[in-house]
Ligand binder design. Structure first.
Ligand code: HEC
Length: 114
């Protein structure tokens, strides 16, 4: 009796194993079931200018520096508000001196000129 039980259990387990193997290989061969993606390399070349390194080191911690050239041209006041938001709302680790530098750089390179 015990032997039969052990045999049946083995059979059930073996069937389950074979079934799982089959399911896995079917899934692998079904077109579109396995995905491999290559993420695009993000490389933003910010404009030359005084303060660029500060922007690159401080403003790319949380998001791509792409966010900068993606904006329409902003006034200095608007850049000031954006940088202040990054610091006060999102917690960007930027000292007041660095913020000054960053704002001047942004206003010069990505600003409306006023
Ligand atoms: C602590 C994280 C963090 C840092 C550091 C940071 N940002 Fe952001 N930034 C965010 C978040 C969060 C958003 C909003 C993203 C969204 O709306 O999807 C954002 C959005 C932006 C946007 C899009 C416009 C807007 O107002 O939402 C710009 C431009 C931007 N950041 C510029 C900067 C600049 C310049 C710096 C450097 C001073 C900076 N960020 C540093 C978190 C950060």
């Amino acid at each position: 009796m015990k032997t039969i039980l052990v045999l049946m259990l083995t059979l059930v387990l073996a069937t389950g194993y074979v079934y799982a193997q089959e399911a896995a290989s079917k899934a692998a061969s079904r077109p579109g079931s396995l995905h491999s993606i290559t993420l695009p390399a993000i490389h933003t070349e910010l404009k030359e200018g005084e303060g660029r390194t500060t922007v690159e080191t401080r403003c790319a911690i949380c998001h791509s520096p792409d966010y900068i050239p993606m904006q329409p041209k902003l006034t200095k006041a608007q850049w000031t508000a954006t940088v202040n938001k990054m610091i006060k709302v999102f917690g960007a680790p930027v000292t007041p001196e660095e913020a000054e530098k960053i704002i001047s750089y942004l206003a010069a390179g990505y600003g409306t000129g006023n």
